[in-house]
Design a protein around this ligand. Structure first.
Ligand code: TPP
Ligand code: MG
Length: 338
């Protein structure tokens, strides 16, 4: 990959602009989701990823598209959008419409796109972690060199199933990467109140799993860390645990309207200075990769795109009440490759 003369990082200007586009897209998309929720156009639960975007973008860039597996909890819009999911189907699901990935019956927490190897979208805290190891087990069993990235929250890292999964993943040499997104809160409970040891990466150590803590709000370090770790896991066929330090800017979910009940405004403002979007924008302008005007045009283009996505999703009908028992179980036989 050619290194540009004025850049400190190995990405080309075109790649950097693409990362910026991805980040603006996720941010605008989720701002629109939040608005739709407030207008009564989306119901149930809705948890946005605003502030944490650099993590998903950096890790997605390290994976082989259409080959590696990804699974996460309910803060699940960014990953499928990055992996190639149809944004109209994501938005339609969030709005409870027939055209959504779960036919409008799952909502925001249940985005699922097998075609692009995104395995959900799960609402039971910690519950999907064993499935993440299961995806890696399937790859290993079929002698494919896929890796599985399993995101989980700091709160989820206290779940018993996580420790059982660490044991099995190590015992069976599974190519799974547990990415603990430590955004410092589990709903309104601060990390110090829920974790006996707040160095969550240490939880891999008793199981002989290579483990480390990294910054999740700097896109450039995330790109490097993710590539290094994904390559290591693919080559060595061993699990890895990485604790990613990030921060959610919004409330826990759309119904969380009073963040100041559990964190101060000063603390939020301090963390807002780590905003990955603002940092990437500043880098692009400072290094003269893109002008301010160019980025404004990109932002406007993406806002229009999101508006059209919303309109297309809004045109999709609600599911027929008679379909309530359809799609509860899948009769799809697992095929090689999925
Ligand atoms: C088994 C279970 N217990 C409790 C809940 C309620 N709950 C939903 S989200 C959440 C906090 C999880 O926090 P964390 O894992 O840090 O993820 P984050 O929301 O920060 O992304 C809890 C307790 C749940 N969904 N499932
Ligand atoms: Mg958390």
């Amino acid at each position: 990959m050619a290194k540009s003369a004025n850049l400190e990082h190995p990405q080309t200007p075109a790649q950097l602009e693409e990362f910026y586009r991805q980040m603006v897209f996720i941010r605008r998309f989720e701002e629109k989701c939040n608005l739709a929720y407030r207008q009564g156009k989306a119901g149930g639960y809705l948890h946005v990823y605003i502030g944490m975007e650099a993590t998903a973008i950096g890790w997605n860039a390290a994976l082989k598209p259409g080959w590696d597996y990804v699974i996460t909890a309910y803060r699940d819009h960014a990953q499928p959008l990055l992996m190639g999911a149809d944004p109209v189907k994501v938005m339609a699901e969030i709005m409870g419409r027939q055209g959504g990935y779960s036919h409008g019956k799952g909502g925001s927490m249940h985005i699922y796109d097998i075609e692009h190897n995104f395995y959900g979208g799960w609402g039971i805290v910690g519950g999907h972690v064993a499935m993440g190891a299961g995806l890696a087990f399937a790859a290993k069993y079929r002698e494919e060199d896929r890796v599985a990235v399993c995101y989980l929250g700091d709160g989820a890292s206290n779940a018993g199933v996580f420790f059982e999964t660490l044991n099995m993943a190590s015992l069976w040499d599974l190519p799974v990467i547990f990415v603990i997104e430590n955004n410092e809160f589990a709903m309104g409970t601060r990390l110090e109140y829920h974790a006996s040891d707040t160095h969550l990466y240490k939880r891999g150590e008793p199981f002989g799993i290579k483990s480390e803590r990294v910054d999740g709000m700097d896109l450039f370090t995330t790109l490097e860390d993710a590539k290094r770790i994904v390559d290591w896991v693919r080559t060595n066929q061993r699990p890895y645990l990485v604790e990613v330090m990030n921060y959610r800017f919004a409330g826990h979910g759309a119904a969380d309207n009073d963040r100041q009940l559990y964190r101060t405004k000063e603390e939020e403002d301090e963390n807002m200075k780590r905003d990955p979007l603002a940092r990437l924008r500043k880098y692009l302008v400072d290094k003269k990769i893109c002008s301010d005007e160019k980025l404004e045009a990109v932002e406007e283009e993406i806002s229009d795109q999101v508006e059209k996505i919303y309109e297309a999703a809004d045109a999709s009908p609600f599911p027929d009440p008679h379909e309530v028992y359809d799609h509860v179980y899948s009769d799809m036989a697992p095929e090689a490759g999925h």
